[in-house]
Structure formats: C-alpha cells, structure tokens
Design a protein around this ligand. Structure first.
Ligand code: RIB
Length: 314
C-alpha cells in the first residue's frame, strides 16, 4: 500500500431512502401491515462514494440535490465521511431524489426511485476536468442522465483517470461508452440485460458474461452473484469468489459497498482477484445491517472479517 490515499471522484445519485421493513411485500391489490419506517441516506452514487471513503480514499462527489431538508441531510452525511461535496449542486426546481425501499424478513429488497434532482445533473466540462485531474478513478452508475455519464467518461479518459462503471439500474449503453470503461461491475440483472446471459447460479456463466463484457471493450469485469459471491474476469482469465453464509438483514447497498472496496483496492495496486476478495468481505458485513450508508463498513472492519471461503480459478 502507498502512503498517500487513493483519489476517487464519484458522479452519481444522492437519495433519501425511505426504508420500510415488512414481513413480505404486498401482492397486487393487497395491503400489508409494515413493521418499521426509517429515513436513511442512500443513492447508488452517494453509497459508492461512502464506501470508497470508508476504505481510506480521498473522495469528491459530483451530483445534484433539491433545495430541501433531504438535500442538506444527504450532503452533511457525506461530509461526515470526509467526502468533498463542493460539486454537489442544488437544483432550485427539483426535489432531492427519494427511494422507497421495502425490505422483507428474508433481507431481500424492492426499490422504487424518484430521481428528482438526480435527473437534472448537468456537468460543467471545465469544472469536471478540474475535479478529475489527479484523480485515479471515476466511479459512475446510471441514476444520473446518460449523456452526463458519457461526457464524464470521455473527460476522464482524456485525463488518464480510470473509469469504474456500475450500469445500474440497467439501461441500454451508448456504443461509445463501452471502450471508455476500465472496470465494469454488474449484478445478475444487469448481466442479463447487457449480454442476454443469466449467470444467477452458475459461476461459469458469469465468467462467460465477463468475457462478453471484455469483448465489448471493458478491461476488467466483475459479475456479482448475491449470496453466491462474484466472478472476476480480466486478461489473465476468470476467478470465482464464493461468499460465506451469513444471516441477511438487508441487501441494500451491498453492491455499492462491494464496488467502493474493489475500486480503492485497485487504486492501491492490488490485483483484481485480491480486490474482489476484499469486496466480498465488506459486502458480507453490509448485508448484516439495515439501511444503505449505515451498513457500509470501514477498511478496519473489512480487514477483520477474515471468514471468507478461498477463491479459485475457473
Ligand atoms: O443501491 C442501493 C441504492 O439504490 C439505494 O440506497 C437507493 O437509494 C437506490 O439508489
């Protein structure tokens, strides 16, 4: 590990998560009694920024909130993690993004996002270039406008900053974006959307997805498989990283946690396999706590979690 902290810029969403704990989600036309309700800082972009920061990176967030209490709360939460929020703009006309997160007793969730100000993110190219200059990684998802994601990837490439993309929620990707992505991290749903393959229970299929993503222009690809772990693919082949069995409370932000940990480990020059191994250790901790940002572990907590099965070459 080097002495100076890794530097990461995160372009993405900030949402106030309205978290409802329910025994099970209602069926069509049905009303169910919920158990608890909480307001928890979330949003894929903000969660990934927090994950990077808790791994020890110096993080700058680019995004947009509304002129409301949620916006202030979300920026304050990021600042508490030491994240630079000077590039989080306030939209005078749109509310801060909100996500309705229903968490079942099994720990699985269903999420509806209202984009609000996230949908109005508008980059100033000079400001973006200033922000990215000297950064090692740019991290992005698809909860802000696609044109802005593409622009940011182009500027990052010009400046020698590597791009980590989590194409979530799944949407068609502009052709030009593929070759600008250094690291792509997808779950089973996104893998199926982008490649037509369903890796749900089969690491070999996940490896095939990884190869397909690489053929599309991505350098390193990781397919996450929920409780089964993840498969990493780069020029040297594929590795399968099983996850340990744990009591799941809430899977929200597990993927965001994973992405942040992998990004920072790569920025510390660790191999893709070692980075994914650390990501599994962190996301395993994340799923054992309710809510997005409160469940994201620190580097010290991640390193203490050594109860992970060995990974293998596929
Ligand atoms: O990835 C989890 C996040 O997705 C939640 O925090 C929610 O805000 C949605 O953006």
């Amino acid at each position: 590990m080097t002495d100076s902290p890794p530097t990461v810029v995160c372009l993405g969403s900030l949402n106030m998560d309205l978290v409802l704990q329910v025994q099970r989600v209602p069926a069509e036309g049905e009303t169910v009694q919920g158990e608890t309700i909480r307001y928890v800082p979330g949003g894929k972009g903000a969660n990934q920024a927090v994950s990077c920061a808790r791994q020890g990176a110096r993080v700058s967030m680019i995004g947009r909130v509304g002129p409301d209490h949620h916006g202030t709360t979300l920026c304050d939460a990021l600042a508490q993690d030491g994240i630079d929020v000077r590039n989080v703009a306030t939209d005078p006309h749109e509310p801060t993004g909100v996500a309705l997160v229903m968490v079942e007793a099994t720990g699985l969730n269903r999420i509806v996002v209202i984009a609000g100000a996230n949908g109005k993110v508008q980059l100033d190219e000079a400001q973006l270039a200033h922000c990215l200059s000297g950064a090692q990684f740019l991290v992005m998802q698809f909860e802000v406008p696609m044109a802005q994601v593409l622009l940011a990837a182009q500027v990052a490439r010009r400046l020698g900053c590597k791009v980590v993309l989590n194409p979530s929620p799944a949407k068609p990707m502009p052709e030009a974006l593929w070759s600008l992505v250094d690291v792509m991290i997808v779950n089973e749903t996104e893998a199926h959307f982008l490649t037509g393959m369903s890796p749900d229970t089969d690491p070999q299929v996940a490896a095939e997805v990884g190869r397909q993503l690489r053929a599309n222009g991505v350098s390193q690809a990781v397919v996450t498989l929920g409780a089964l772990g993840a498969v990493a693919t780069d020029s040297s082949g594929s590795t399968y990283h099983p996850a340990p069995h744990v009591q799941v409370v809430d899977t929200t932000a597990a993927g965001d946690t994973f992405l942040g940990v992998v990004t920072v480990a790569l920025a510390r020059q660790q191999s893709l396999s070692a980075s994914v191994d650390l990501g599994i250790r962190a996301s395993t901790l994340c799923v054992q706590t309710l809510g997005a940002q409160p469940s994201i572990p620190t580097l010290a907590q991640t390193l203490r979690n050594t109860a992970v099965p060995a990974w293998s070459h596929l």
